[in-house]
Design a protein around this ligand. Structure first.
Ligand SMILES: [Zn+2]
Length: 67
């Protein structure tokens, strides 16, 4: 019985961790470094919305996946 309870606890904890990571695993966008904008073209004064994060300044997921 104790082993069953332990197994249930491990499964619940595992699911919680995965959900937690999937919803809170945010990190600063490496493309725009959190600015939401990237330099456009050769003119240093012009910026465009970051295509990597869509201007959200951060991405989530493992390995830089957008979602
Ligand atoms: Zn970005």
């Amino acid at each position: 019985m104790d082993k069953l309870m332990l197994a249930v606890a491990v499964v619940v904890a595992g699911v919680w961790v995965l959900r937690h990571l999937s919803t809170h695993n945010r990190r600063v966008c490496p493309r725009c470094k959190g600015t939401g904008k990237v330099r456009s073209g050769i003119f240093s004064g012009r910026f465009q919305q970051c295509p990597r994060c869509g201007g959200a300044n951060w991405i989530k997921g493992w390995g830089g996946r957008p979602e």
